[in-house]
Design a protein around this ligand. Structure first.
Ligand SMILES: Nc1ncnc2c1ncn2[C@@H]1O[C@H](COP(=O)(O)OP(=O)(O)OP(=O)(O)O)[C@@H](O)[C@H]1O
Length: 216
């Protein structure tokens, strides 16, 4: 499933509607950037979409969802927990298999953190933690990526490198992004969220940064 129809998505907190009703058709191959000011509803929308498509996607939530007590290897390995039997996962906790180590290491290499393979997530910097969550999503290898500000803690060159990897590795993606230039450079479609509704939905090639500013 790389394309899907999202219909009548709604979310409320304390009786106040913050999303929708909102409908969005996601076509196979779409690389969607969700943009909009802080509080517009982007994270809530990513969560609603994840609830709809769940297992078929790789998720990078804003809080990253790492297990602090576990090593980088094990946090990345979690991307495929549901693809192995329980005995395999239990053994891996104590003594990882060589093939899995090699696969995780090669992902960490592309993200510049190979030396952290056995470091507990609790001891990582913010940017390193973000790269572990990115590696976990790549390791999961789903066709669809859902990501909430996945490069917010990375420097410019690393942010660009990661955006390129995400673009190339996932068939379809929906990424909440504050950085309008990254959105225009690495996504094919810009969906602007304002007060929980779609206020803009255009191919990136038809837009310039100035066209998106009105959402803020
Ligand atoms: N757990 C919650 N309880 C109450 N209100 C919430 C909760 N989560 C989000 N909200 C409210 O829902 C609205 C949308 O929040 P959301 O986090 O989706 O926005 P966002 O566009 O992702 O913002 P940001 O860019 O700052 O991450 C905001 O008004 C926020 O205050």
């Amino acid at each position: 499933m790389t394309g899907f129809d999202l219909t009548d998505l709604t979310a409320s907190f304390n009786g106040k509607r913050v999303i929708g009703p909102l409908s969005l058709t996601v076509n196979p191959g779409d690389k969607i950037a969700l943009v909009g000011k802080s509080g517009a509803g982007k994270s809530t929308l990513i969560r609603l979409i994840y609830e709809r498509i769940n297992r078929d996607s790789s998720l990078i939530p804003q809080d990253l969802g790492l297990v602090n007590a576990l090593s980088v290897f094990h946090n990345v390995f979690m991307g495929q927990l549901d693809k192995h039997p329980t005995w395999y996962n239990t053994l891996t906790l104590a003594r990882p298999f060589a093939k899995d180590k090699a696969d995780v290491l090669s992902l960490l290499q592309s993200l510049g953190i190979t030396e952290k393979l056995w470091t507990p997530a609790a001891s990582l910097s913010g940017g390193q933690r973000q790269r572990v969550a990115i590696a976990r999503s790549l390791y999961r290898n789903a066709a669809v990526l859902l990501a909430d500000e996945p490069v917010s803690a990375l420097d410019g060159p690393m942010a660009n490198s990661v955006m390129m990897q995400l673009r190339d590795r996932f068939t379809t993606s929906i990424i909440a992004l504050h950085d309008v230039d990254l959105a225009l450079n690495y996504c094919t479609r810009i969906v602007g969220i304002q007060d929980g509704q779609v206020a803009l939905d255009q191919p990136s090639e038809h837009l310039a940064a100035a066209d998106i500013v009105s959402l803020y």
